[in-house]
Design a protein around this ligand. Structure first.
Ligand code: NAP
Length: 279
C-alpha cells in the first residue's frame, strides 16, 4: 500500500520538501508519496487529527505552525520541547510524536562543510527567531568555544543566550557591538530573513571587519547566494547557503519515519536542480 507523507504550512506552494522527499523515495524505491498541504492556523487542529485518522505515516511542519502544533501532539521529544517548536511528526500507530530536526540538521551540515570540530570555534549568530533557536541550541549542545547572539530585538538575543549558556559559553551583543567586534569570530551565521528574495541587496551586517579565514553561513537559500555570501566569498571566505541545512533536516526527518539512512546526496541534488544552482 502506498504510504502518504507531507508538509503542512501557509504559504506552502513554494516548499521544496515534496521535490526532495520524492527524490529519496524514487532512489530507494519506496512505495510512498509526499505532498504539500496548505493549512491555515484555524485548520491546524483538524489537519493534525487528519494525520491520525487518515493514517499518514508522518508530516513536516513549517511556518507558521511549528510552535502551535505542539499542543495537538501526544508526545514531544525533549529537544523539540527545549527549542519550543516541532518540524517533524511521526505517526506511530496513531500516536503522534513531535521532533525538531532543524538545529541538528544545521550542525550536521556545518560539520560536513568545514570538516572539523567546532569546539575551538567562536561563533556569531545573527538573529534570534525560530530558526536561530534550533541552530543556536544544537550548536551549544554540540559544544563550541564561544557563542555570541545578536539581534535587532536585543531582549530576544539575551533570552536565547541564557538558554544556550547551559551548554556552552554564550553571551549576546547589540548589532552595533557585534559589527565592531566581527574580527573576533571564526564562523558567522545569518539566521535572519534579511537578504531573502526579493530583498536581494540587503545584508544583516557589514563584513568590513571580517576576520581572514572566517566562515560565513546563511540559512537563506532563495536567492541561492545572498549578498552576504557573495561579499564573504569575494573576501576569500568559505561560505554555505541554507540548502545543506534544509537537506539535512529532511534527511533526519526521513530517518525518523523510515528508520534508515536517507540518500542525502540525491536529496541535495534534487533541491539544487530545482533552485537552478550548480551541483
Ligand atoms: P522568524 O522567527 O520570523 O525570525 C526572523 C529573524 O529575523 C528575527 O531575528 C528578526 O529580528 C530578524 N529580522 C527580520 N526582519 C528584520 C529586519 N528588517 N531587520 C533586522 N532583523 C530582522 O523567522 P525564522 O523562522 O527564524 O526564519 C529566519 C530565516 O531562516 C528565513 O529566511 C528562513 O527562510 C530561514 N530558514 C531556513 C531554513 C533552512 O532549512 N535552510 C530553516 C528555517 C528557516 P527580530 O527578533 O528583531 O524581529
Amino acid at each position: 500500500m502506498n504510504q502518504v507523507l507531507g508538509v503542512i504550512g501557509s504559504p506552502i506552494s513554494h516548499s521544496l520538501s515534496p521535490v526532495m522527499h520524492e527524490a529519496a523515495y524514487e532512489e530507494l524505491q519506496l512505495n510512498c508519496s509526499y505532498h504539500a498541504f496548505h493549512v491555515e492556523s484555524t485548520q491546524l487542529k483538524s489537519a493534525v487529527e487528519g494525520v491520525r485518522s487518515l493514517g499518514l505515516k508522518g508530516i513536516n511542519v513549517t511556518i507558521p505552525h511549528k510552535v502551535d502544533v505542539i499542543q495537538y501532539l501526544d508526545h514531544i521529544d525533549p529537544l523539540a520541547e527545549e527549542i519550543g517548536a516541532v518540524n517533524t511528526i511521526v505517526n506511530d500507530q496513531g500516536v503522534l510524536k513531535g521532533y525538531n530536526t532543524d538545529g541538528d540538521g544545521y550542525v550536521y551540515a556545518l560539520l560536513q562543510r568545514i570538516g572539523k570540530t567546532l569546539h575551538d570555534k567562536r561563533i556569531l549568530i545573527v538573529g534570534a527567531g525560530g530558526a536561530a533557536k534550533g541552530v543556536a541550541l544544537c550548536l551549544s549542545k554540540y559544544g563550541v568555544k564561544k557563542m555570541t547572539i545578536t539581534n535587532r530585538t536585543s531582549s530576544k538575543a539575551e533570552d536565547l543566550a541564557v538558554i544556550c549558556s547551559r551548554y556552552s559559553d554564550t553571551d549576546y551583543l547589540s548589532l552595533e557591538m557585534a559589527q565592531a567586534e566581527l574580527a573576533e569570530f571564526d564562523i558567522i551565521i545569518n539566521t535572519t530573513s534579511i537578504g531573502m528574495a526579493p530583498n536581494f541587496d540587503q545584508m544583516p551586517l557589514s563584513l568590513e571587519n571580517l576576520r581572514k579565514g572566517a566562515f560565513v553561513s546563511d540559512l537563506i537559500y532563495n536567492p541561492y547566494k545572498t549578498k552576504l555570501l557573495i561579499e564573504a566569498e569575494n573576501k576569500g571566505s568559505g561560505i554555505m547557503n541554507g540548502v545543506d541545512m534544509f537537506v539535512h533536516q529532511g534527511a533526519l526527518a526521513f530517518k525518523k519515519w523510515f528508520n534508515k539512512e536517507a540518500p542525502v546526496q540525491i536529496m541535495k541534488n534534487s533541491v539544487i536542480k530545482h533552485l537552478g544552482g550548480s551541483i
